[in-house]
Write a protein that binds this ligand. Structure first.
Ligand SMILES: Nc1ncnc2c1ncn2[C@@H]1O[C@H](COP(=O)(O)OP(=O)(O)OP(=O)(O)O)[C@@H](O)[C@H]1O
Ligand SMILES: CC(C)(CO)[C@@H](O)C(=O)[O-]
Ligand code: BAL
Length: 282
């Protein structure tokens, strides 16, 4: 696996590759797990070469403590990428990425203000800033992102359409532990009791699915889930919402949906913030 930390040396390398090769790109913040590996495997199915990036992007963290505590395991990550068959790794420093005095950014629009955006102000402005910079540096044909971060995935699709990036964005299914817990880099910060408590996220998403399949109205589903979380003192629910997944808008009635509904949840388990979602056909 080729490893680059400089934009210039990566660009020289990419320019020297045969022009007909297609490039799949998996951006990450490191502390890699099987979810990331499945993105790499999916990329390999659709492109000749696969590149991953590892960069803990400071501009998307609204909470300095979250940035400070974000897990960093570079040696293990390099091994995992190598084993997964990744061809190239781009692992720049902050100085390499944020090296000029201009601070021109993208306005992510109204769907960045709800859910994650309302609890992490400025988060998606930072995400679109780094993803657009990485797209311009890496110049991939395909970009692969996890469905676990559904709001992020939909915003990146909107950015690519709005700004005419010639990049095909693919969403990849959420990889879960046997218990159902969505894999997440932040899971390493949970102790065994908290891991158990964290199962309330997927349990409540499945509970919402059952209510949905029985034909219950969205308001009833939302209040039942909120009540369930209220009964768990150790969990702090930030939101549980029903969303029209394409437009990424909150919905309050079944009539406002098209072909699918997404139930999205975010909660603190101790001081670790976790998110998850499920998408169901309407
Ligand atoms: N369980 C998972 N299954 C599939 N893809 C995932 C999973 N977890 C994360 N991803 C995707 O991996 C990419 C990089 O995510 P990131 O490095 O932030 O990892 P993460 O596990 O989401 O970390 P955290 O949620 O703690 O920030 C994103 O596109 C994200 O959606
Ligand atoms: C897409 C991303 C790598 C941008 O920093 C990050 O938001 C993530 O890991 O999901
Ligand atoms: N996986 C989304 C990146 C973040 O939590 O900042």
């Amino acid at each position: 696996m080729e490893v680059f930390s400089s934009i210039e040396t990566y660009s020289k390398w990419w320019k020297a590759q045969p022009k007909n090769l297609t490039l799949g790109f998996v951006p990450t913040m490191g502390a890699l797990h099987q979810g990331h590996v499945s993105l790499i495997k999916e990329s390999k199915k659709h492109s000749d070469l696969t590149i991953a990036s590892i960069f803990v992007n400071p501009t998307q963290f609204n909470d300095p403590n979250d940035l400070l505590k974000y897990p960093r395991t570079p040696e293990k990550d390099i091994e995992a990428l190598h084993e997964a068959g990744c061809d190239v790794l781009f692992m720049p420093s902050s100085e390499e990425i944020y090296n000029n005095k201009y601070n021109i950014t993208i306005n992510p629009g109204p769907s960045a203000e709800i859910l994650e955006g309302s609890f992490r102000p400025g988060h998606f402005k930072g995400v679109l800033q780094i993803v657009s910079k990485l797209f311009n540096i890496i110049r991939p044909d395909i970009g692969l992102f996890g469905n676990k971060d559904l709001q992020q995935l939909q915003l990146i699709k909107k950015m690519v359409l709005s700004l005419n990036y010639q990049i095909d964005i693919k969403g990849v299914d959420t990889v879960r532990e046997e218990s159902g817990l969505a894999m997440s880099s932040r899971n390493v910060r949970l102790d065994s009791k908290e891991r158990d408590q964290a199962l309330q996220l997927i349990k409540n998403l499945n509970f919402a699915r059952q209510m949905w399949e029985k034909g219950e109205e969205l308001a009833k589903i939302k209040s039942a889930v909120k009540e369930n979380f209220g009964n768990f003192g150790s969990l702090k629910l930030e939101y549980f919402e029903a969303v029209e997944p394409e437009a990424f808008e909150i919905v309050n009635s079944r009539e406002d949906l098209n072909s699918q509904v997404a139930f999205c949840v975010a909660a603190y388990v101790g001081d670790v913030r976790l998110i998850d979602n499920i998408v169901i056909d309407n």
